[in-house]
Design a protein. Structure first.
Length: 440
């Protein structure tokens, strides 16, 4: 039913490759063999006939460039999947669409160039929904091939979960990193808005789009974040447990009964381990927040496609076209108000944290487990307000649904507290993994 290989843990893998304990070319061959076995079923990557040959050539050049283990860069030999809305030298960009790829040509995304400079090799382009919106691609959930992996970073999440790469790039405008990570049982990290430069990425909504990371564990996300996030500082060791806040009220009620029941189980585990958990009324106007988010994202999508859509309208899939048309109807005043609402919401939630003595918000990472079928990629309700506010969020695997599919816990910190978020998340992830393994 599923299609999962042995996990590739980024930090452990880097240590082995940099030291020479693991041969880089042998590792590349191993991954290419994994792809041959898994890809026909999961379809996480765009096809590339000569992938193995290209990667072995690039790996050999990297070995020649850094023969001394002591001089090897921080992501030496890491194979990275890159969502197909990023421009990557040597690859066409299609953005999950049928539009001519020449429209999207341009300079390589600077975050991709940073990864290359840090020693990473591009494993390939991963499948995205059309223009990172609602129309899904062929990718399947590695835990159960009859279910969606989530979206829009579908291929990136599935590739990491299936054990095809230790790191993949995604983007989030509503829930496109956190939700697929939860559906696929891995770690998804969405930094503070703007901490990873978004140049060279086909935009969806420029006011909200945030580049995110998908890895097997929190340590891997922290390692990659240190390379990609501007102004990254190594956090002081977390000697004190964070004080946790549950945003009670209409926001939580958007989740399914199953997700909420398991979330309460997760909360009890954390409380028994000594974490303080406060329940605080929040997002009382969640419908208005959702509406502002939808207006802004559809309006900015219409702006991005203002030149392409009139010419290539017939090539757009129905839901993407409908979103663009809806965005064309949003007034300039509504756009201005929706943009202003982002900082207002962030201030409101961070002020509430200060008043109530909360370090991290916690909630279900998705409204439930991955839905059956590939037509829908799942509900973004649990992620939308945090994306709108631009606050950093992380999901860790935290439970199992009745059907055996993963459930995640979402952690959210104040803006620019990304380093602390990751430091606090690691022991929580270990604790919940032990409990989940026992649950299974």
């Amino acid at each position: 039913m599923g299609m999962i290989m042995e996990p590739l843990l980024l930090a452990k893998l880097v240590a082995e490759l940099r030291s020479g304990q693991r041969d880089l070319c042998a590792f590349v061959e191993e991954v290419c063999e994994r792809i041959e076995v898994v890809e026909p079923s999961v379809q996480a990557f765009l096809p590339e006939p000569e992938r193995a040959g290209r990667l072995l050539y690039e790996a050999a050049r990297l070995q020649q460039r850094f023969p001394d283990p002591a001089q090897r860069p921080p992501l030496y030999g890491v194979l990275v999947g890159v969502k197909d809305i990023f421009r990557v030298d040597g690859f066409l960009t299609r953005a999950g669409s049928q539009l001519p790829p020449e429209l999207f040509a341009g300079n390589e995304a600077s975050c991709v160039s940073r990864l290359r400079k840090a020693g990473a090799l591009i494993l390939g382009k991963t499948v995205t929904t059309e223009f990172a919106s609602d129309e899904s691609g062929p990718t399947r959930n590695p835990h159960n091939l009859e279910h969606t992996p989530g979206g829009s970073s579908s291929g990136s999440a599935a590739a990491v979960a299936a054990g095809l790469c230790p790191l993949a790039l995604g983007t989030q405008t509503a829930g496109s990193v956190i939700r697929p990570a939860a559906f696929c049982g891995i770690v998804g990290f969405k930094p503070t808005y703007g901490r990873i430069a978004a140049d060279g990425v086909i935009p969806y909504s420029v006011s909200i789009d945030t580049i995110g990371l998908l890895t097997q564990d929190v340590a891997g996300s922290a390692l990659a974040a240190a390379v990609l996030c501007s102004g990254w500082k190594t956090p002081v060791s977390a000697t004190q447990r964070p004080r946790l806040g549950v945003p009670g009220g209409p926001y939580l009620r958007q989740a399914s009964e199953e997700a909420l029941l398991d979330f309460e189980r997760q909360v009890r585990i954390l409380e028994r381990a000594g974490y303080s958990v406060k329940r605080v009324g929040a997002f009382s106007d969640i419908q208005a927040i959702n509406s502002s988010h939808r207006q802004l994202t559809s309006a900015e999508m219409a702006q991005v496609h203002a030149n392409w859509f009139p010419v290539h309208q017939a090539r757009y899939r129905p839901r993407t076209a409908a979103k663009i048309r809806a965005g064309q109807q949003v007034s300039a005043e509504q756009i201005t108000l929706a943009r202003a609402g982002r900082s207002c919401l962030r201030l409101e939630m961070e002020t509430l944290m200060q008043q109530k003595g909360i370090d991290l918000w916690i909630s279900p990472a998705a409204a439930g487990p991955a839905p059956a079928g590939l037509v829908q990629t799942g509900d973004t309700a649990m992620n939308r307000p945090w994306s709108y506010a631009g606050m950093p969020a992380l999901t860790i695997s935290a439970g199992k649904a009745a059907n055996g599919l993963p459930l995640g816990l979402q952690l959210v910190a104040p803006a620019m507290a990304d380093e602390q978020l990751l430091a606090w998340a690691e022991p929580m992830a270990v604790l919940l993994k032990i409990a989940t393994d026992h649950q299974a």
